[in-house]
Write a protein that binds this ligand. Structure first.
Ligand SMILES: [Zn+2]
Length: 122
């Protein structure tokens, strides 16, 4: 039986959804990222696909929502930057990151901290 999946958050960038997914999994929850393949070209600055969905089984929704609520940077990593600039930002401190960089020049946060290394570069 497939569990019913519920979208608990939507992200502009696949990596944002992956970071949140890993955060949920670190809490023992099950999480899925939907539509990630479809919007992979968002890394190129294209923003037209409607975002990447973070989904959890229905039974995990309350815990997932609570975790996201406790971590606004996971729930809405784009909130503190202009929505249309298309510039990659550090998910930790918000500093602008070079498009090809995997680590933040300001604080050292790395995409690789929250994503599988084989997914970091296509
Ligand atoms: Zn940073």
């Amino acid at each position: 039986m497939e569990p019913k999946l519920v979208t608990v958050c939507t992200y502009e960038h696949p990596v944002q959804a992956e970071v949140a997914k890993f955060a949920l999994e670190a809490e023992g929850l099950t999480a899925f990222v939907a539509d990630a393949e479809f919007v992979t070209n968002m890394f190129l600055g294209v923003s037209a696909a409607g975002g990447v969905k973070l989904q959890v089984p229905e039974s995990d929704v309350p815990a997932a929502m609570a975790l996201l609520a406790a971590n606004p940077s996971l729930a809405n990593p784009s909130a503190d930057r202009p929505a249309d600039d298309g510039v990659p930002r550090c998910l930790s401190c918000g500093a602008t990151m070079p498009a090809e960089a995997t680590a933040c020049p300001a604080c050292g946060w790395s995409y690789l901290d929250g994503a599988k290394p084989e997914d970091a570069e296509g």
